[in-house]
Design a protein around this ligand. Structure first.
Ligand code: NI
Ligand code: MN
Length: 227
């Protein structure tokens, strides 16, 4: 499994000739290393309806024919746009040609900004994405919650992307507790430095992981991790 970071909460994940993209916020993301036209993917996984996650999902799905995989209400938004959509919901898993996806809890909002109003987009989620026998936990935008212990104890997680930006999600202190509970092989910080409001010292976060005997890795946009 190869995980490539594209800034904010966007990752492409590849294995055995398959590739998916998670939360493709590229246009308008000052940290993104690629544009929407550079993304080739067979599925677009969306954690929730906020613009910094949905991002370029519509353009990518329209150009590539990728299936949009998201919580039901958000998936239906893309189905109404005439795109391939696969609705799921919290706690549910499904096997796709590229691998297995299971939706986890995430404590956050999910409204879609459509014009000057907010369209209901259901619950936000995280993803347990298994490809090539390895599982990547993308926590989505979330607060710290105790059931992360359950996620960690019930799944062998090779890598976990945890938000550290604070303000909208967990900050570094809560993310450190999350990492202790999730027990991933490696923790990748995300959802920081995109905007002034969420500036964080990711290297310092990784050092505090090491202080707890946990492995962390800062990925700069464009950098990959091979598991
Ligand atoms: Ni959000
Ligand atoms: Mn966000």
């Amino acid at each position: 499994m190869k995980i490539t970071y594209h800034g904010h909460a966007c990752f492409t994940v590849e294995s055995d000739g398959h590739r998916v993209v998670i939360d493709p916020f590229l246009t308008g993301n000052p940290t993104a290393d690629v544009g929407p036209d550079d993304i080739e993917a067979e599925a677009v996984l969306l954690t929730h309806g906020h613009g910094d996650h949905v991002g370029d999902a519509e353009a990518i799905a329209r150009r590539t024919g990728a299936t949009v995989i998201a919580p039901f209400e958000l998936a239906m938004h893309f189905a109404r746009l005439g795109l391939n959509a696969h609705p799921m919901h919290l706690g549910g898993g499904h096997s796709f040609p590229f691998g297995h996806v299971k939706l986890t809890l995430a404590f956050h909002g999910s409204g879609l900004e459509v014009g000057d109003r907010i369209e209901y987009a259901g619950n936000p989620c995280g993803f347990l994405l298994t490809m090539g026998g390895k599982t990547f936990y993308h926590a989505g935008d979330t607060a710290l919650f105790g059931d992360m212990q359950l996620i960690g104890s019930r799944h062998r997680i090779a890598a976990a992307a945890l938000p550290i930006g604070d303000n909208f999600t967990m900050g570094p202190d809560d993310a450190l507790q999350a990492a202790e509970w999730v027990q991933a092989g490696v923790v990748i910080p995300m959802h920081y430095d995109t905007f002034d409001l969420i500036r964080q010292d990711a290297e310092s976060f990784v050092r505090s992981l090491a202080g707890k005997g946990l492995k962390g890795q800062v990925l700069k946009p464009g950098q990959s991790l091979e598991l």
